[in-house]
Design a protein around this ligand. Structure first.
Ligand code: CDP
Ligand code: MG
Length: 671
């Protein structure tokens, strides 16, 4: 007992690591010197060494914002931007949104006073539309550059251009892995690849790692149920190993829920009086109030087990982790340009990822990592994950680049070139949506407006078409609901049956979009939902998400106002019978004008096939067409899980509309 208490006390002492003790503290002066001297500084250091939270503070205190400029720190993930912003505000003793703030899509927590701004890399790209030289910033720090997110890659290319026009700008690239040379070579090279005066241009600063050894354990034979095996491992750690929290990596939200359920079952079997195990989820899009629990110290006699997606691999740091369980898989978005569909596949992690995951166990003291695969399987892993730009639907980013005045998106100075098939496919899609003309140029105003709206091109096009279909108000609400990405409904206390019942209350035969519209209407109706949390609970809705939809809708409306796009003279309610079409049909037709490229038809066995008949699709269980008949539909998202391809957010359409609104596209298809 006494021993346990002592271990607990020293653990707490180790957990509280004031910034002065972080590995980066010794590098403060060399780092400031480098940034002062060179346009580009690459900083390499293990996760947890203090790059994200300390460098912006060093710069701020050294006077980099004294002339009224700001410091931008970009993150690939929203959850990182918000949580790190909060942390730095706390360290500086200010309120979030004052000297330190964050900005993510549809959520700007900054003010006139803000000096240090955390934002997603995608959002900084958007800022370049209005401020191409990023004049308001003295320093731009591209954080987590090793993740190679599409937006941070593009940002690096654009910053390289900006530096030519703004020698005063300072670029800091931070990376958790040892690919620093590649970044520096990129900045120093001209487009032909010749490397000039690298020494004058930039420098690399490395932080000495101060991590502890991590023992790695493998399974002796391959497992066919990695979740079950991971849960068993967790329980065995909990009963046999000393204090310290557990971090368990799975691939997605559903696996997180399953894992937590299974752990909960096991906890019930623990002998009375034993130490408690507290399972906590962590994934992108987890409501902010729930994120807090993950970062909080567990109570006395409680061991936390955080069940996370690979979000916990590098961008979010949780203190107190001693044990890591790595199931060895990750959900990776890949885009198949041949059929034009995006897939979210569960694939084995790369070696770099597995190593990074294991490292999470050695931050406070020696740790242990349990891999749910064999050593031979580890050896066979790919060395690193392919950059996102080489496996994504490039339509959104190509549209952005064109709107930034980049004419030739094929010859653009990429950090890694995307396969040309991806660029060509993106241009084709943008052409069919009317954003690009036959000469490959951005159309004005349509293409430019689509780029300006913070929505993916298909949804942007749909919304811009809405006034002419007399469903502007409806499409605004639907677009806002779509940005929630399936988080509107929640099963309170895990009760799926209640959730299904609630969903049915709002459901209509036309499909999921209008169902979501009904949800929005009911929530905002002063006689029904009254925007109350109570009503949300009764209807299995996520109150915070619904409030967000209200805010997003307002912001979208402002964008359109600024473009001079408004509801037609006829208010939507008067337009109910306009052209003899009821409002549902107008919404359905309008959706077709944006999503015609994602059409499918239901077969008698309940599955769907794409227009060319290449791919078999299934309605996702969250859709009202799960176990319900339909004919032609358009869908919003496609996702492959365990070999089955699911489509989400379906609305029925008529086959004629596809050729009516996208004659060019379907002419090509029929060939
Ligand atoms: O960026 P890097 O991975 O190098 O480190 P960091 O995110 O700046 O973290 C430095 C320290 O601050 C670590 O000990 C983190 O655990 C801590 N931190 C925290 O407690 N809460 C946060 N939201 C972010 C960081
Ligand atoms: Mg960091």
């Amino acid at each position: 007992m006494a021993e346990e208490e002592e271990a607990g006390a020293s653990l707490i002492a180790e957990l509280y690591k004031p910034p002065a003790l972080l590995p980066i503290a010794q590098l403060r002066n060399p780092l400031l010197y480098a940034i002062e001297t060179f346009p580009v500084t690459i900083i390499v250091g293990e996760t947890g060494s203090g790059k994200t939270t300390q460098i912006p503070q060093f710069l701020y205190k050294a006077g980099w914002t004294n002339d009224g400029s700001q410091i931008a720190v970009t993150q690939p993930r929203r959850i990182a931007a918000t949580s790190v912003g909060a942390r730095v505000a706390e360290e500086l003793g200010c309120q979030l949104g004052q000297e330190v703030g964050y900005s993510i899509r549809f959520e700007d927590v900054t003010s006139e006073k803000t000096k240090i701004k955390f934002l997603t890399d995608g959002l900084l790209l958007r800022e370049m539309l209005v401020d191409p030289l990023l004049k308001r910033y003295s320093v731009v720090m591209v954080d987590e550059a090793h993740e190679r997110s599409i937006s941070s890659d593009i940002l690096l290319s654009l910053l390289k251009k900006v530096l030519r026009a703004r020698p005063d700008l300072r670029v800091v690239v931070s990376s958790a892995t040892l690919d620093a040379e590649k970044f520096l070579d990129f900045f120093a090279s001209d487009q032909g690849g010749t490397i000039n005066m690298k020494e004058d241009y930039g420098t690399i600063v490395s932080i000495e790692g101060r991590t502890h050894p991590v023992d790695i354990f493998y399974t002796s034979s391959p497992t066919n149920n990695y979740i079950e095996q991971a849960v068993d491992t967790a329980m065995s750690i909990h009963t046999n190993e000393s204090d310290g929290d557990i971090l368990l990596f799975v691939t997605g939200r559903e696996e997180i829920d399953d894992t937590i359920d299974m752990i909960a079952d096991h906890i019930a079997d623990l002998p009375p009086g034993s130490k408690t195990l507290q399972p906590l989820p962590l994934y992108a899009g987890l409501p902010t109030d729930q994120q807090m629990y993950v970062f909080q110290k567990p109570g006395e006699n409680v061991r936390k087990i955080i069940v996370a997606t690979n979000i916990a691999e590098a961008s979010v740091t949780i203190d107190g982790i001693i044990y890591v369980i790595d199931t060895g898989y990750v959900k990776l978005r890949t885009y198949d340009p041949a059929v034009g569909i995006e897939r979210l596949n569960v694939v084995p992690v790369s070696k770099a990822s597995a190593t990074q995951r294991a490292g999470r166990a050695g931050r406070t003291r020696p740790g242990k990592c349990y891999r749910m695969y064999t050593e031979a399987a580890f050896e066979a892993l790919e060395p690193a994950t392919f950059p996102e730009i080489q496996r994504s639907n490039l339509a959104p980013v190509v549209l952005q680049l064109m709107n930034l005045g980049i004419q030739n998106v094929i010859r653009f100075d990429y950090l890694s070139n995307p396969p040309s098939a991806l660029v060509v496919r993106a241009l084709d899609l943008l052409f069919s949506l009317g954003a690009v003309d036959i000469h490959g140029r951005l159309t004005k105003p349509l293409g430019a407006r689509m780029a300006e709206l913070p929505l993916e091109p298909m949804l942007a096009r749909t919304l811009l078409n809405a006034p002419s279909f007399g469903c502007f108000s409806e499409m605004l609400s639907i677009s806002a609901m779509m940005t929630l990405q399936g988080t509107a409904f929640v099963a309170h206390d895990g009760n799926q049956k209640l959730l299904e019942k609630a969903r049915r209350r709002f459901a209509v035969k036309e499909g999921d979009h209008i169902t979501l519209y009904n949800v929005y209407q009911a929530f905002t109706n002063p006689a029904v939902g009254k925007q109350s949390s109570q009503w949300c609970r009764e209807n299995c809705l996520n109150y915070k998400a619904m409030l967000k939809a209200v805010s997003v809708r307002k912001q979208l409306r402002n964008y359109l106002d600024r473009m001079g796009i408004q509801e037609n003279a006829l208010a939507s309610s008067d337009a109910m019978t306009r052209g003899g079409l009821d409002v549902s049909e107008r919404v359905q037709r309008c959706l077709t004008t944006g999503f015609f490229a994602q059409a499918a038809r239901m077969k008698s066995d309940g599955s769907f096939v794409t227009v060319g008949g290449e791919t078999v699709l299934w309605a996702h269980p969250s859709s009202i067409f799960f176990h319900r008949n339909a004919d032609w539909v358009i869908y919003h998202e496609i996702q492959e899980t365990k070999g089955k391809v699911y489509i989400r957010d379906l609305t029925t359409v008529e086959a004629d509309w596809l050729t009516e609104y996208a004659p060019e596209y379907y002419k090509v298809k029929q060939k």
